[in-house]
Design a binder for this molecule. Structure first.
Ligand code: NAD
Length: 368
């Protein structure tokens, strides 16, 4: 398991508890020095679980299955190699240089975010979406404070003073969790959703506490004018986020209102969104504060590492048992984005105008 070197990323892909499970399953576990420190897991905790501690070179060169949290960054590209299976968040539909590096290296790259159940659920994205969704109103409320550059409005208002208006675009895992926290903070919340089925679920669980409206370009145009805080939470699995907030529309938003574009890891849902980091999370375009941190859950590593590894471990155990699990498990097969120099995830190939090879064909080509 590798240590994360992306700015302000403190999560790790395996806890000592997970390491112990793998060791008990008969596997050899190698952990990079200091990998767990940001999540409050010292090297000794992994050693007590039966793992070995190694250098960055050991971990990248000697493991067959490498667990990470975030995508490799440019300085890690030279470490990618044939024979290595990488299991991590990738989000490569929005990252052409990384897609090409993965293809050119011959690595097998399985993306957490595209592992998908037969019912279309994304089990490895869900916990991070819960966390990012819950952080979004918190980050937005902070940025709405005047000294931070915001409008200077309190999300919950006070007795006799209207609360702030929060617009959530996309009512999936991020959107629902953002709405729940924004409601808890006392804001007036509107959710725009495109799926009628999903809206019925939201209607049941939020029972009249939020305004639920069908998402359309006209509705976005109307709702965004009133919002103090807009939260971008849409997803088209594996594909780039739709640019629902055009530059023109931005001009109609309230001065010093805040846009928290959680969908930034898929390119963002505003034309003006570009990824930022926790070091420097915001920038302003046309008077609107943009908060576009691509790894929001990285801010709360103690929560995030545990939530992530709770859901990844069963898949890690399958892969550690046999790398052939990628063809035996339909869920894992959907997670394979690149194999043997080919792009095996259609939406990624489409996003970059690259050739798409179905996984079975790529596996057959690898065997031949
Ligand atoms: N920045 C971060 O740190 C971070 C962390 C976790 C997740 N995310 C991202 O947040 C986004 C949302 O993730 P999620 O887990 O909530 O996905 P999800 O699939 O649970 O929900 C997405 C929702 O968007 C809806 N949608 C699609 N197009 C729409 C449109 N035009 N208008 C309104 N709604 C629309 C879908 O119907 C769905 O209900 C993803 O891009 C995900 O990668 C970012």
């Amino acid at each position: 398991m590798a240590r994360e070197i992306k700015s302000q990323e403190y999560r790790v892909a395996l806890t000592p508890a997970g390491a112990r499970e793998l060791v008990q399953g008969g596997h050899e576990v190698l952990v990079e020095t200091g990998a767990g420190v940001g999540s409050a897991f010292p090297d000794e905790a992994y050693q007590r679980a039966g793992a070995r501690i190694g250098s960055v070179d050991d971990v990248w060169e000697r493991t067959e299955l490498l667990l990470k949290v975030k995508e490799p960054i440019a300085s890690e590209y030279p470490r990618l190699r044939p024979g290595l299976t990488l299991f991590t968040y990738l989000h490569i539909a929005a990252d052409e240089p990384l897609t090409r590096a993965l293809v050119d290296s011959g690595v097998t790259a399985i993306a957490y975010e595209t592992v998908e159940t037969d019912r279309g659920a994304l089990p490895l994205l869900a916990p991070m979406s819960e966390i990012a969704g819950r952080l979004a109103p918190q980050a937005g409320a902070d940025q709405l404070e005047k000294p931070k550059g915001g409008r200077g409005i309190l999300l919950g208002g006070v007795a006799g003073v209207a609360p702030a208006r929060v617009l959530v675009i996309g009512g999936g895992m991020v959107g629902y969790n953002a709405a729940v926290i924004a409601l808890g903070m006392g804001a007036q919340v509107t959710i725009l959703e495109r799926s009628v089925e999903r809206m019925r679920v939201l209607e049941q669980i939020l029972s009249g506490r939020v305004q639920l409206l069908m998402s359309s370009s006209l509705q976005i145009e109307e709702s965004i004018k009133d919002a103090d805080l807009t939260i971008g939470a849409v997803l088209i699995p594996g594909a780039l986020a739709p640019k629902l907030i055009t530059r023109e529309l931005l001009g109609t938003m309230k001065e010093a209102s805040v846009l928290v574009d959680v969908a930034i890891d898929q390119g963002g849902c505003a034309e003006t969104s570009r990824p930022t980091t926790h070091d420097d999370p915001t920038y302003v375009v046309d008077g609107v504060v943009h908060y576009c941190v691509a790894n929001m859950p990285g801010a709360v590593p103690i929560t995030s590492t545990r939530a992530l590894t709770n859901v990844t471990l069963p898949y890690v155990e399958q892969l550690a048992g046999s790398l052939r699990a990628i063809s035996a498990s339909a869920e894992l097969a959907r997670g394979v984005n690149v194999l043997g120099g080919r792009v095996t995830y259609e939406a990624v190939a489409d996003a970059h105008g690259m050739e798409y090879t179905p996984l079975d064909d790529a596996l057959a080509a690898g065997v031949a």
